[in-house]
Design a protein around this ligand. Structure first.
Ligand SMILES: [Zn+2]
Length: 113
């Protein structure tokens, strides 16, 4: 259900841009997904094929680019890129960190014809 609503908003954004460009068809959609985003690429493509049917985005290919995450230490303010095993601040060793980047999902660009 999570992916369905996300896919719907990707479609809405893409159609709006395509309309503004007077496009007849959307060919490619480039998406940027944060490393910590729980979105699964395959299910987005699956829902896409369902909901894009009957629109000018039908058959468009989705391209996903994963971007690295970024954590900020709540104690010393140090910003770092976590590895997969530890979320500890490398500067002061505090475990109190927050995700400052990496949960996003956005439409980077679309190709139309
Ligand atoms: Zn720290």
């Amino acid at each position: 259900m999570h992916e369905l609503s996300i896919t719907q908003s990707i479609l809405d954004i893409s159609l709006k841009h395509a309309e503004a460009a007077n496009a007849a068809r959307i060919v490619n959609i480039h998406l940027v997904i944060g490393k910590f985003s729980s979105v699964v690429d395959d299910s987005v493509q699956f829902y896409w094929d369902m909901i894009a049917d009957g629109t000018i985005a039908k058959g468009a290919l989705l391209h996903f680019t994963r971007v690295p995450a970024e954590l900020t230490c709540r104690d010393c303010g140090f910003v770092f890129e976590p590895d997969d095993t530890t979320f500890e601040c490398p500067h002061c060793l505090s475990p109190r960190v927050k995700i400052s980047k990496g949960e996003e999902l956005r439409v980077e660009s679309i190709d139309v014809e």
